[in-house]
Ligand binder design. Structure first.
Ligand code: BGC
Length: 775
C-alpha cells in the first residue's frame, strides 16, 4: 500500500507532461536481431558514441536499478525516484507495469535527462504475468517442453503488453532440499532436465528478436548455487566442491547462457567463500570467459549491501568488489551510485571498469530496441491480448499436464459424473492460494477454485457437499507471518474438533470424499523454508477422521515443495499432486478428477518419507557402504529409523491407464570413444484409457577418475498412446551424454563400462550395459 502511494505521487507529479513529447536525440538504429551475437558493429558504434557523451556520474547512474511501483518484493523500497531519474541516476526500474504507468515513467526519464536514455522495466514474471500458470515446479512436472515454452511465450506477450521489457526469470537453481521454500520456483533436482527447461523458457521469453514489442529480456537466476543453501534455510550459506558445481549445479546456468539469455542475476549466497555478487571467478572467469556470456549481470535485491553482513568489508568496499567481479547493475541497494564516484577518485576502481558495466546495460537497451523507440512496450492497445481465451485455455492445458497422480488404488479415480462428493478441506474453495507464490500481476480473484471447477465441468450431474474441515494452519504465529505478506488466510475460529466433526458428517452422507489439503501459497517461495514438511495444522487429523468413515478417500494436494506423506500414501485411495496450478487450477483439477484429462505428470523432485532424509535425490553417489536393504546389516550408509527409499522417486507419476515396457535393445554393446549408439524400447498402452507416458533414459558411468552418480537422466520422450497402441521409442546416446568434468575440470569422456536404464521413473527401470573403448 505504502508503495502504491509513493507510486501514485510519482505518476501524478508527472501527469501534466504532454504524452507526445518524444525524444529528439535517439539516433535511428537498426534492429538487432541475434540476441547473443558476439559482434554487432552497429551496436558497438552506437554505444561507443553514447558512452563518449556521458559523464562519469551518468555512467554510474545507468548501473542503478530501483524498485518502484505496485509490488514490494524485498526488504526495502527505493525513495526519491523522480529526483534520481531526473539527475540521470537510474538505469532501470522494476515493479512498475501497465502501459500508462510505464509510459509516464519512461517519458519522465527520456524528457528530463540530458541524454534521454530510456529505462529498463523489469518485473518478477515467474510463471505467467496476468494469466498465471502452475508454479515453476509444477510446470516442470508436465515434462512438456513445448508447453513450458508456450507458457513463457504467453507470459512475454502479456508482460510486454503491460509495459515491461525485462522479466526476472527463469530461475534454474537446482534444489534438492524440500525444506527450502524456493524449491517451488525451479525445475527440481535434476541438472540435465533443468537445462532443458531453462532453454525452453528463454526461447519463450526472448524469441529470436528482442526488438519485437512482444519479446522481453530474460534473466537467468540466481547465479549461482542458491538452491544448495545449508539446512534448506533461505539465504543460507552454500559450500560445495567445484566437481559438484561443474557436474551438477552449473548445468542449467550454462545451458541458459548457450541459449542466449540476455541477463543474469547474482545470488545472495556465497560461492567458495566469496559472496556470488563479488565473486570474480564466478562472474568473470566462469560466466564470461568460460561460457561466453556477453549480457548484463544484475545483483539480486540489495545483494551488494548484504555483502557487508557476509563480512567482506564496508559498503564502499563491497561495491568495488562487486564491480570488479563483473556485476553491472545494482538492484535497489544504491551502493554503486553512493560510492563508485569516490572509488574512482581514490583509484579503487577505474573508469574503464565502469564503462564496461555501463556498456552492458546500454547494450541491453539497444538489443531491446529502446533507443529506436523508448515506448515500444507501452502501447495501450496491446493490453487487449491480456488473459484472452486462448491464453486461459493454454493455462488450463498445462495445469492439467503438470498434475501428478501419486496413488490410485482400485481405480478410485477418475470419479463418476454422478452421485455425490464430499468436497472437504481448507483449499477446496480457496482462490488466493491457487495462483501460488510469485504470481506477479496475477489477480487471484480470477482464479477458478476447485469447487467452481467441479461445477464448471460436471454442472449439476454431481451433488457437492462442502465442509472446510480444518484451517490450513493453526499456529497463530505462522498465520501472522503469512498474513503479514499477503497470505490472505482467513481463519475459521471454530474448534478443530467441531470442524472435523462437520466434515465427517458431510462425508458420511456422500459417495466419495475429495479432500483438498496442503500448504498455503506463502509457505513456499522466498523466505518460506519449513523445518516440517508434512501437512500443516490439523489437516492430517482431518484425513484420519475422514478415513474412518470408510468412504473412498481422494486426496488432492496443493503445495510448493515435496511433502512427507507416509500416512497419506498408506491410507488414501488416491492422491493427486496439483501444486499451485494457476488461474485455471480448479478447471484443470476437475478435468483430471473426472477423467476428461488422463494425468501424465511425473515428479521432478524426490518425495521423502521423512524430513530427516533430506536432501534426498535420485542422482546421488554410491558411497563405499551402500545400503542393500537388510536393516540388520549395521555398517551401511543408512538410518536406524527409516529406510533410504523415497516415498515417491524422481520421475514417478501414474496414469489412469497402464503402460507396458518391452525389453530395451542396444544397437551396440561396444563403441569407440566419440561414437554414438541407440537404445530402442517398445512401450504399449495396456490399460483402458488413452494416455501419455514419459519414457526416461538414465545412464551410469561405472568407473570414473572422479566417482559418478548411481544414475543420471540423459533423455526422455513424452509420448501419447491410444488404448492398446504401442510405439517404439528410440534414443541416441551421444558422446556428450557420457562426458563429465574430471578433477582438472576438463570435460572428458573416459572409456570404460556404462549402464543404461530405461523406465517410467528413476526407480522402476530395466538396465543394460555397454562399453566405450579407447580409439
Ligand atoms: C529475489 C529475486 C527477485 C528479486 C526482485 C529477490 O528478493 O531473490 O528472485 O527477482 O527479489 O524482486
Amino acid at each position: 500500500m505504502r508503495n502504491l502511494i509513493i507510486y501514485l505521487l510519482l505518476v501524478l507529479g508527472m501527469g501534466c507532461r504532454p504524452l507526445a513529447n518524444q525524444p529528439n536525440n535517439t539516433a535511428a538504429v537498426p534492429a538487432s536481431s541475434a540476441i547473443n551475437q558476439v559482434k554487432d558493429p552497429e551496436m558497438d558504434r552506437f554505444v561507443n558514441d553514447l558512452l563518449a557523451k556521458m559523464t562519469l556520474e551518468e555512467k554510474i547512474g545507468q548501473l542503478n536499478l530501483l524498485a518502484v511501483g505496485f509490488d514490494v518484493t524485498g526488504p526495502v523500497v527505493s525513495k526519491n525516484v523522480d529526483e534520481n531519474i531526473r539527475q540521470g541516476k537510474v538505469g532501470g526500474v522494476f515493479n512498475t507495469f501497465t502501459p500508462t504507468a510505464a509510459r509516464k515513467l519512461q517519458e519522465f526519464a527520456v524528457n528530463n535527462t540530458r541524454l534521454k536514455i530510456p529505462l529498463l522495466f523489469g518485473y518478477d514474471v515467474i510463471h505467467g504475468h496476468r494469466t498465471i500458470f502452475p508454479i515453476p515446479l509444477g510446470l516442470s512436472t508436465s515434462w512438456d517442453l513445448t508447453a513450458i515454452e508456450k507458457s513463457a511465450r504467453i507470459a512475454a506477450e502479456e508482460a510486454s503488453a503491460d509495459g515491461l521489457n525485462w522479466v526476472f526469470s527463469p530461475m534454474v537453481d537446482i534444489a534438492r532440499d524440500a525444506r527450502w521454500g524456493r524449491i517451488a520456483e525451479g525445475s527440481g533436482e535434476d541438472p540435465w532436465f533443468g537445462a532443458q527447461v531453462a532453454k525452453a523458457m528463454i526461447k519463450g521469453y526472448q524469441g529470436n528478436d528482442l526488438t519485437q514489442n512482444n519479446t522481453v529480456l530474460a534473466c537467468l537466476k540466481h547465479f549461482a548455487l542458491y538452491g544448495a543453501a545449508e539446512a534448506g534455510r533461505d539465504y543460507g550459506t552454500t559450500d560445495m566442491s567445484r566437481q559438484r558445481m561443474y557436474n551438477e549445479y552449473f548445468l542449467p546456468y550454462k545451458a541458459a547462457v548457450e541459449a542466449g539469455v540476455g541477463s543474469v542475476m547474482t545470488s545472495f549466497n556465497e560461492v567458495d567463500g566469496i559472496p556470488a555478487t563479488g565473486n570474480k571467478w564466478l562472474l568473470t572467469d566462469v560466466l564470461r570467459q568460460q561460457w561466453g556470456f556477453n549480457g548484463l549481470v544484475v545483483t539480486d535485491y540489495t545483494a551488494i549491501n548484504e555483502m557487508v553482513a557476509h563480512g567482506v568489508g564496508s559498503e564502499a568496499e563491497a561495491g568495488e568488489l562487486a564491480l570488479k567481479a563483473g556485476t553491472d547493475m545494482d538492484m535497489v541497494g544504491e551502493v554503486f551510485i553512493k560510492h563508485l564516484g569516490r572509488s574512482v577518485k581514490e583509484n579503487k576502481v577505474t573508469e574503464a571498469e565502469i564503462n564496461q558495466a555501463c556498456r552492458r546495460i546500454l547494450e541491453a537497451k539497444y538489443k531491446l530496441g529502446l533507443f529506436q523507440d523508448p515506448y515500444r512496450y507501452t502501447n495501450e492497445s496491446r493490453t487487449a491480448i491480456i488473459m484472452q481465451p486462448e491464453f486461459l485455455a493454454a493455462a488450463r492445458d498445462i495445469a492439467r499436464k503438470s498434475m501428478v497422480l501419486l496413488k490410485n488404488k482400485n481405480n478410485a479415480l477418475p470419479l463418476k459424473q454422478s452421485g455425490s462428493i464430499a468436497l472437504i478441506g481448507p483449499l477446496a474453495n480457496r482462490q488466493r492460494d491457487l495462483i501460488g507464490n510469485w504470481s506477479a500481476a496475477g489477480d487471484w480473484k480470477q482464479a477458478v477454485s476447485v469447487e467452481q471447477g467441479i461445477r464448471n465441468v460436471v454442472g449439476n450431474k454431481v451433488k457437492i457437499n462442502y465442509a472446510q474441515g480444518a484451517n490450513i494452519a493453526d499456529d497463530e504465529q505462522m498465520i501472522k507471518r503469512l498474513n503479514a505478506h499477503g497470505g490472505n488466510l482467513d481463519i475459521d475460529n471454530r474448534s478443530s474438533a467441531a470442524m472435523i466433526q462437520e466434515a465427517v458428517r458431510v462425508a458420511r452422507s456422500s459417495d466419495v470424499i475429495v479432500a483438498v489439503v496442503g500448504e498455503s501459497q506463502g509457505m513456499s517461495g522466498e523466505a518460506a523454508s519449513r523445518s516440517d514438511i508434512s501437512l500443516p495444522g490439523q489437516q492430517l487429523e482431518l484425513l484420519k477422521a475422514l478415513k474412518k468413515t470408510g468412504k473412498p478417500l481422494v486426496v488432492v494436494l496443493m503445495n510448493g515443495r515435496p511433502l512427507a506423506l507416509p500416512w497419506e500414501e498408506q491410507n488414501a485411495d488416491a492422491i493427486l499432486e496439483t501444486w499451485f496450478a494457476g488461474t485455471q487450477a480448479g478447471n484443470a483439477i476437475a478435468d483430471v478428477l473426472f477423467g476428461l484429462y488422463n494425468p501424465s505428470g511425473k515428479l521432478t523432485t524426490t518425495f521423502p518419507q521423512a524430513v530427516g532424509q533430506v536432501p534426498l535425490f535420485y542422482n546421488h553417489k554410491n558411497t563405499g557402504r551402500p545400503f542393500g536393504g537388510d536393516l540388520l546389516d549395521k555398517y551401511k550408509s543408512r538410518y536406524l529409523d527409516v529406510t533410504n527409499e523415497p516415498l515417491y522417486p524422481f520421475g514417478f507419476g501414474l496414469s489412469y491407464t497402464t503402460f507396458g515396457y518391452g525389453k530395451p535393445q542396444l544397437s551396440k554393446t561396444a563403441i569407440k570413444a566419440g561414437e554414438s549408439l541407440e537404445v530402442t524400447v517398445a512401450v504399449k498402452n495396456t490399460g483402458n484409457y488413452d494416455g501419455e507416458e514419459v519414457v526416461q533414459l538414465y545412464i551410469q558411468d561405472l568407473v570414473g577418475s572422479v566417482t559418478r552418480p548411481v544414475k543420471e537422466l540423459k533423455n526422455f520422450r513424452k509420448i501419447s498412446l491410444k488404448k492398446g497402441e504401442s510405439q517404439e521409442v528410440k534414443f541416441a546416446i551421444t558422446p556428450d551424454d557420457l562426458k563429465f568434468y574430471n578433477s582438472a575440470l576438463e570435460y572428458v569422456l573416459e572409456p570404460g563400462d556404462f549402464k543404461v536404464f530405461i523406465g517410467p521413473n528413476s526407480r522402476d527401470v530395466q538396465e543394460m550395459r555397454f562399453s566405450v573403448q579407447k580409439n
